[in-house]
Design a protein around this ligand. Structure first.
Ligand code: NAI
Length: 302
């Protein structure tokens, strides 16, 4: 089996000081990449900061004989994002791969959630992806190559009690990916989303501890490594994973029911009568972009 190599490639992993990010960074380095280990070193709820999280992973990579440099900026500001990318360019000359992974939780049921809890979580996950991806894409565009990952979550894709801020941010990342898959492919930059599951400090009070050994963060790494490889052509997809299980996950559109002819008014009662057909997912499929819905709207086809 020919090995997937990152020799000569420059990889940024945000939030690489612990959990999933640390595992990604170590594996990219093992495979020859020069790695920027970004981490603000915050607590589980995003408070505080320390350089030691990023430093420890850089140290680990260097002990393995790999190449790495630390960055301690927050992903959630434009200055931080620019500086993370600048760290890669200054140390290694460019950026080939960006894994947007940094984040934290502020769980609360929706009626009790404060605007601060909402903003903090939206900021690190969604704004963070904007702040780092925009300068990274500018560099990738210059050399006509790049691979980007956004880290989504089953909490957004499918729902999870008490995580309206987090779920909204994580689904926002899917929206970002859906647009960038169109805009960035012109520069040979592919972007995909992952929805990992791992027993980490983020999930230690959400996942039953007896599942911990089978839900190790390292089991999510192979998917991210393959999606970020030069040979992988995938663009604009979501992959759900955990415990060594990997599955493409998609937003689909049903075939639906065409009740109108493009001119006749349609009473709500007709929707009621046809609701089973409208809601039937048999034959549902993902769409390439928003214009593709025109191909499903019966009256437009006549
Ligand atoms: P973790 O808490 O172990 O790691 C997150 C890292 O991000 C921490 O080292 C933290 O210091 C860093 N970070 C937080 N805010 C930052 C900021 N503003 N700038 C830079 N770094 C910052 O969590 P874990 O589990 O490894 O999660 C990694 C990613 O995977 C997150 O985006 C999370 O939402 C996502 N995820 C994790 C799941 C899981 O089952 N562990 C499930 C679904 C998604």
């Amino acid at each position: 089996m020919e090995k997937i190599s990152f020799e000569g490639k420059v990889v940024i992993v945000t939030g690489a000081g612990s959990g999933l990010g640390r595992e990604y960074a170590l594996e990219f380095a093992r495979r020859g990449a020069s790695v920027v280990v970004n981490d603000l070193g915050v607590a589980r709820d995003g408070s505080g900061s320390t350089n030691s999280a990023a430093d420890a992973v850089v140290e680990e990579i260097k002990k393995l004989g790999g190449k790495a440099v630390a960055n301690y900026d927050s992903v959630a500001t434009p200055e931080g994002g620019s500086n993370i990318v600048k760290t890669a360019v200054d140390a290694f000359g460019t950026v080939d791969v960006l894994v947007n992974n940094a984040g934290f939780l502020r769980d609360k049921s929706f009626t009790k959630m404060t605007i601060e809890e909402w903003d903090a979580v939206m900021s690190v996950h969604l704004r963070g992806a904007f702040c780092v991806t925009q300068p990274a894409l500018a560099v990738m565009r210059e050399h006509n190559y790049g691979r980007i990952i956004v880290t989504s979550s089953t909490s957004g894709i499918f729902g999870n009690f008490g995580q309206s801020n987090y779920g909204a941010a994580k689904m926002g990342l899917v929206g970002l990916m859906n647009v960038l898959k169109l805009e960035a492919s012109k520069f040979n930059v592919h972007i995909n989303a992952t929805a990992p599951t791992a027993y980490s400090r983020m999930t230690e009070n959400l996942i039953p501890p007896e599942l911990a050994p089978k839900l190790q963060a390292k089991f999510n790494v192979p998917m991210v490594v393959y999606l970020c490889s030069e040979e992988c052509r995938e663009n604009g997809s979501i992959f759900t994973m955990g415990a060594g299980w990997y599955a493409k996950t998609a937003i689909v559109c049903a075939l639906g029911a065409c009740l109108g002819d493009g001119s006749r008014d349609i009473p709500a009662e007709e929707v009621r009568e046809n609701f089973d057909k409208i809601a039937d997912l048999t034959g549902a499929k993902p769409l390439h972009d928003s214009l593709a819905i025109f191909e499903l709207m019966g009256p437009l086809l006549k």
